[in-house]
Design a protein around this ligand. Sequence first.
Ligand SMILES: *Cc1c(COP(=O)(O)O)cnc(C)c1O
Length: 388
Amino acid sequence: MDKRKIISDDKNYIANTYARFDIVVKEGHGSKIIDSEGNEYIDCATGIGVNIFGINDEVWKNAVIDQINRVQHVCNLYYAEPQTELAKLLCEKTGAKKVFFGNSGAEANECAIKTARKYSHDKYGDGRYEIITLKDSFHGRTMATLTATGQDAFHRHFGPFLEGFKYSDSDMKGILSCYTEKTCAVMVEAIQGESGVNNLDGEFLKSLEKFCKERDILLICDEVQCGNGRTGHLYAYEAYNLHPDIVTTAKGLGGGLPIGACMLFDKCEFTLSAGDHGTTFGGNPVVCAGALSVIKRLDKDFLLEVQGKGAYLKENISRIKNVKNVSGMGLMIGIETDKPAREVAEKCLKKGLIVLTAHNKVRLLPPLNITKNEIDEALGILKEVISQ
Ligand SMILES: *Cc1c(COP(=O)(O)O)cnc(C)c1O
């Protein structure tokens, strides 16, 4: 179908919640995307950090197709090998004790919020339910995770919100002013993605961890965006030497199919019991087979390569004229320039490079297996656009 026709039908029939870029994605391979008119692009967005091994990746695709040929869905009333294997591998690699699978980042965070409240209720009874999140955080779009999101822009229109959330500055002074005897958990993104790829301060996170441990407050790390090898560490909290009680992830985990995981560490291993939580689609065997193939490949050598590529990108971006700041870790990069981020992204698109924005930053989330040549091509376009 003709590009203009697709776009006009989209405007007529799709809920008007997205400010889409002017491109109809048709197909791709690796870090290359091809649009409906046959134009090629280098993909530094991966569908917001989702297609973590690029498009049409053979290993991932074979894992998914092999499972489709067996059974496409098994509800959670029965056992199925891919879900079990994925949970086992995640636990072995992280030290988590149990995993709950949902279908998205928001659902993973919903599970974390429910688990934190139940942990506290089981141990301390009523009234200890408050969760501290950080200003500029992003935790999802459902009512609970929207409430958890510490940005005023998200808190219009949809009230009343859930009770029991407080928003702290990203420092201990902020945490202390939010803390009360009702606090049951603190939820943080070690690297805040949506608000501009902001790396949290390591000393703050270590102090926060200590503060939480001393008071039996659960530390929840939202690794929906920064997890699954994105930063050159399997999970970003590892780079900060943290020991969270709950870790949530999604985006890149499924390699392109929807999945969310809530990983429960020692304290809340037994918090959830039969009937406490559930989902129809969560832990789908096809998605889990794909995710299993993703996590298996994120070994130490591969993660070191991601770190190397990230350092190379960052160094070269910081040399571009008009770049004010480069943030992030590994292949999760935020670029502040003297131009509006959307404008930079539109211009990059015209020249064959797909990038994201996050607040005032240009955001790069390329496939983890992007090649050196593709990185150089991307750098060339970024340089042309930003230094103008
Ligand atoms: C994207 C994101 C979410 C929400 O994930 P969905 O899959 O869109 O529900 C939650 N937390 C963080 C840090 C994210 O980046």
